[in-house]
Design a protein around this ligand. Structure first.
Ligand SMILES: *Cc1c(COP(=O)(O)O)cnc(C)c1O
Length: 392
């Protein structure tokens, strides 16, 4: 790319791509686990770090993997990106790389269930403790950070409440206390938000969601400076968490359409949220793009679009809500998000099933809450489906 600073869609298509020596129009799939050298000396030069070269795919030395990593780094405005076999692999490597026994993490707001389990159940076995703050307890962040706090972690928008956290303000507090700010940007996607530009140190993605975008791959990514990512690379290598080259190739193909997909999902979600807000069976709509949403002003500052995720509260108990969900025909009942097809889940029955009822109540996750991942269907069809299900 000759232009100094290409636009986002141009990066989606061309970013990180290099001309294939055979003239292939994009980076081919190198499915190889290992690569040959012309001489022992040439191999030793790579082993000893004197020359760059492809040694072994688990190390990340694979042209297909490196190409998608270059594209992801450009999309998030980071120096380096590393891809993983899943979003949870990306998160665990990041925590292990930057925390050791006795260290401390602060986790703000609602986070993905797997992340919550990792922080609450697994990392304490290694002597790494986490303090959990609700989004509305942000005033206590300064007091929650201790001299052993290495990471302040959060998602925004949050799941399933679609709360907005102020990335720049949190990053400033964390930095002043000597902690890293790590943001899971899965829900927003880099189309709508770049946490690194707002002061975050590391961005994590489950590429299973919007980046993959077709519900046909599982992967993760960590993006940030070379220095902060170096230990993450070492953990990935020795825990064996690399993304398969076949998945990297599929992910690169998906990223070429990322901006058009997500812009349309933003548009569909806004229309869905506006429709739901007018329906008599809907008690509350959570979408950061509605002017009445608590996080609207911050969202307008830090996001370019408001995302494809919407949640709402149906006027009914868990069973009545499940009956409404079952009446939908276009929205598929499934966990996950970010694909071309619209999905629906009821958090109390599925994603937050394991959370204690008091904890759910504290977090506003009520029985009638429903979460939508808006896909790429015609908006008229999506609204008609919702209307019919809500009307009974
Ligand atoms: C799905 C998800 C994860 C976990 O990703 P996997 O690819 O399933 O391991 C982490 N964070 C968020 C916000 C997610 O939605």
């Amino acid at each position: 790319m000759s232009k100094e600073k290409p636009g986002f869609s141009t990066i989606c298509v061309h970013g990180g791509e290099r001309l294939d020596p055979e003239g292939g129009i994009h980076v081919p799939l190198y499915n190889h686990s290992t690569f040959g050298f012309p001489s022992t000396q040439a191999l030793v030069d790579v082993v000893e770090g004197r020359k760059a070269g492809n040694l072994y795919t688990r190390f990340g030395h694979n042209p297909t993997i490196k190409a998608v990593e270059r594209k992801l780094a450009l999309l998030e405005g980071g120096e380096t990106a590393y891809v993983f076999g899943s979003g949870m692999a990306a998160e665990s490597a990041t925590f292990l790389a930057h925390c050791r026994t006795g260290d401390h993490i602060v986790c703000i707001g609602d986070v993905y269930g797997g992340t919550f389990e990792l922080l609450a159940n697994n990392l304490p076995n290694l002597g790494i403790e986490t303090t959990f703050l609700l989004g509305e307890e942000l005033g206590r962040l300064g007091a929650a950070i201790t001299p052993r706090t290495r990471i302040v972690f959060f998602e925004t928008p949050t799941n399933p409440g679609m709360e907005i956290l102020d990335i720049a303000a949190i990053a400033q507090t964390a930095r002043a206390a000597g902690a890293l700010t790590v943001v899971d940007n899965t829900f927003a996607s880099p189309v709508n938000q770049n946490p690194l530009h707002l002061g975050a140190d590391i961005v994590i993605h489950s590429t299973t969601k919007y980046l993959g975008g077709h519900s046909d791959l599982t992967g993760g990514a960590v993006i940030g400076s070379k220095a902060l990512l170096e230990p993450v690379w070492a953990w990935r290598k020795n825990l064996g968490q690399i993304m398969a080259p076949e998945v990297a190739h599929l992910l690169a193909r998906s990223l070429r359409t990322l901006s058009v997909r997500v812009r349309q999902q933003n548009e569909n979600a806004l229309a869905v949220a506006q429709f739901l807000a007018t329906h008599r069976k809907v008690i509350r709509v959570n979408y950061p793009g509605l002017p009445e949403a608590t996080g609207y002003q911050i969202a307008r500052r830090q996001m370019r679009g408001f995302g494809g995720m919407v949640s709402f509260v149906y006027d009914g108990d868990a069973a009545a809500t499940a009956r409404m969900v079952d009446r939908l025909e276009l929205f598929t009942i499934a966990v996950s998000l970010g694909g071309t097809e619209s999905l629906i889940t009821q958090p109390v029955l599925v994603t937050h099933h394991g959370m204690a009822p008091e904890e759910r109540a504290r977090r506003g996750i009520v029985d009638g809450m429903v979460r939508l991942s808006c896909g790429l269907e015609d908006i008229g069809d999506l609204l008609a489906d919702l209307q019919a299900a809500l009307d009974g």
